[in-house]
Design a protein around this ligand. Structure first.
Ligand code: T46
Length: 132
C-alpha cells in the first residue's frame, strides 16, 4: 500500500461562504515552513516526477481538480483531488506525478521545510536505489 492520507479540514461556513483555517495541531500534522501554489497548468502536462528525502507536504486543490499519482517503488495509486476542504498528506520517499488539471485548477501546497533542491530526487532509478 502506498502510504498517504486524506485529511478533511473543518469548514467554518454559513450563508456568506466557507472558510478553512489550518494550524498545527490535531488537524494539521507539522509546522508549516513554506506555502506555494500552482495554477494555469494545461490538462495533459505531467508535473512532479520526483520524490523527497525529508519533506512532508499537505496538498490541497483549492479550486478545480487534478490527479496525483503516488508511487512507493512497488505500487502506484492515483488520488483525485477536487475538494478545497481536503488535504493530501504525503511524507518523504514517495515518487509523485500530477496531471489531468482542470482549467480552473489551483494546487496549494503546505510544506514542512524551506525550499531545498538537494532534498529532491528527480531520477526514478535513483529513487528506487534510495529505498534499498
Ligand atoms: C512537489 C509538487 C507537488 C522554488 O524556487 N521554490 C519552491 O518552493 C518550489 C516548490 C519550486 N521552486 C522552483 C524550482 C523550479 O525551478 O520552481 C520551479 C518549478 O518547481 P518544480 O519543477 O519542482 O515543480 P513541480 O510542480 O514539479 O513540483 C512541486 C514541488 O517542487 C514538489 O516539492 O511535491 O509540487
Amino acid at each position: 500500500m502506498v502510504e498517504y492520507s486524506l485529511i478533511n479540514f473543518k469548514v467554518r461556513g454559513d450563508h456568506s461562504g466557507s472558510l478553512v483555517a489550518l494550524e498545527k495541531g490535531e488537524e494539521f500534522p507539522f509546522d508549516i515552513k513554506r506555502v506555494y501554489y500552482i495554477y494555469g497548468t494545461q490538462r495533459d502536462i505531467v508535473r512532479g516526477k520526483h520524490s523527497h528525502r525529508k519533506l512532508e507536504q499537505v496538498i490541497i486543490c483549492t479550486s478545480g481538480s487534478c490527479d496525483f499519482i503516488l508511487d512507493n517503488g512497488k505500487e502506484r495509486t492515483t488520488v483525485h483531488l477536487d475538494k478545497p476542504y481536503q488535504g493530501l498528506y504525503i511524507k518523504h520517499n514517495i515518487w509523485r506525478e500530477f496531471t489531468n488539471f482542470s482549467s480552473d485548477c489551483v494546487v496549494m501546497v503546505l510544506a514542512s521545510e524551506h525550499y531545498d533542491e538537494s532534498d529532491y530526487i528527480r531520477d526514478y532509478n535513483q529513487f528506487l536505489e534510495t529505498l534499498k
